[in-house]
Write a new protein. Structure first.
Length: 151
């Protein structure tokens, strides 16, 4: 008999696969955004210009991996590197107007697809999903940062 944690792990892996499918099926606009590019642009849009080290930390990835991904968004004209005025040795990654427009198109399309996918869910069911996802993400973040999932 499978334990509750076995079933949760299976559902998390299924969610990971479904997330990739949603990414592929909701591509829209003039610029097709790879998953890593989409994530970087969302971070810049949500939190403003970022140093590369902060981006690597946000995604829990090696700086060399982020550097390659950042090179892609810069090459596509979706973001640009500028000098960090607080430390001229460092650079900041900032959304360009093309990046902002491309991201807005992608996010609008994805959100309309989520509206469709969740149309039969009650507001309470949506609230429960949101609350559970937030709590799970907060628990994982705490575990990564502190080495333990709880205070």
């Amino acid at each position: 008999m499978e334990s509750q944690n076995d079933l949760i792990e299976q559902q998390l892996f299924t969610l990971l696969r479904r997330t990739q499918a949603i990414h592929v099926r909701t591509a829209s606009g003039d610029v097709e955004l790879e998953r890593s590019s989409y994530g970087i642009l969302c971070l810049l849009d949500d939190e403003g210009p970022q140093r590369l080290g902060a981006i690597a930390q946000a995604f829990r990835l090696d700086p060399s991996t982020i550097t390659r991904q950042v090179q892609t968004v810069v090459r596509l004209g979706l973001a640009e590197k500028t000098v960090d005025e607080s430390d001229r040795r460092a650079s900041l990654l900032t959304l360009t107007e093309l990046g902002r427009v491309s991201l807005t198109e992608a996010r609008d399309h994805r959100r309309s697809m989520l509206d469709l996918l969740l149309s039969s869910w009650t507001p309470a069911e949506r609230d429960n999903l949101l609350s559970s996802l937030r709590r799970f993400n907060d628990t994982v973040d705490h575990w990564i940062e502190k080495g333990t999932p709880h205070e």
